[in-house]
Design a protein around this ligand. Sequence first.
Ligand code: NAD
Ligand code: ZN
Length: 360
Amino acid sequence: MSYKNFPMVPRVIFGRGSFNQLSEILAPKRLSIHAPFIFLVDDVFKGNAWLTSRIPLSYEDKIVFVSTIKEPTTIQVDDLVEDIILTTKALPSGIIGIGGGSVLDLAKAVSIMLTNEGEAKDYQGWDLVKNEAIYHVGIPTISGTGAEVSRTTVLIGPEKKLGINSDFTPFDQVILDSELTKDVPTDQWFYTGMDCYIHCIESLTGTYLNTFSETYGNMALELCKEVFLENNLTKTESEEKLMMASWHGGMSIAYSQVGVAHAMSYALAFLLGVKHGIGNCIVFDHLEEFYPEGVTLFKAMKQQHNITLPQGICANLSDADFDKMISITLNLVPLWENALGKNWKTIITPKKLKELYQKM
Ligand code: NAD
Ligand code: ZN
């Protein structure tokens, strides 16, 4: 048996207001006055002086606002990289992502593609990256995906939605300041938070489970229950707990895998552009058969927060669309194997998948 030797985020700062320490964290990492720090910032913060006035800009540093209407694509990464190369005199000193899973993934991918030849799509898969990435920092502004801690950056490419999974992907530094999440709208808070909850359920019930994943998964699950089912937390406590749930949930899947909800929602994202958090919720709502206890609890959380999920998103799809989604999802072998074991193909057939998609 050969065990995987995973890298982890080497430096993390946790605390309300810790974002103010960004300047002192970055200063020693500046390579030269011509090697800027590039801040990729979710454009929801455009015009938000409370956040942007605290981004420390010197020399040729710059802020690039990015839209998160769509999930990050390989083309978007290539365009950002090209723009940085064309407009800077030297390779950047660092890439800093400030936003949700979308922006964090973009920051990771851009930092990799600045030092690796070719196009981002060439690196979608496992351990294809050859050169160390540029110094990169992740600062989440919404909690749940675990992108701040994971070894992947999930991108939609021309053929697939798949991560660049590599030892060079994890951030060199993460800043966990829960105050940055204070203005997240309730529905988005729920969807992205449920991504974390679903990571826990898929990891804890999966066949890949081991004690490393189980301990992190249990911690994250307990935190999710406190945040989404109890009424006795202050807003600050709730934000801090969800931020740590996201971290632990991410750690849990680092050494295991996700499962049925992720496998099926990846195909919804690819074909219909359904975003990750809400897509996972739409799928998970129909997975009682695979995750009976997890889905019961999910429905209780949904009710407690008055969340209504979209219905009938697959109603107008053609047979060819269903076939495409089914083929995308069946390609995610490790996810199915984790969820259902080595004989997963006897349980999850194209017919079964189509019936499930038709319910959504
Ligand atoms: P997101 O980054 O798209 O953000 C969701 C929405 O919340 C956006 O509209 C954004 O503008 C808004 N938002 C973010 N912070 C806010 C704030 N403080 N105040 C107000 N609005 C705010 O969504 P997400 O759910 O965080 O991330 C989803 C992405 O993460 C997907 O692309 C998915 O593939 C990826 N993902 C990656 C990993 C990984 O390990 N790399 C894991 C899970 C998901
Ligand atoms: Zn997820």
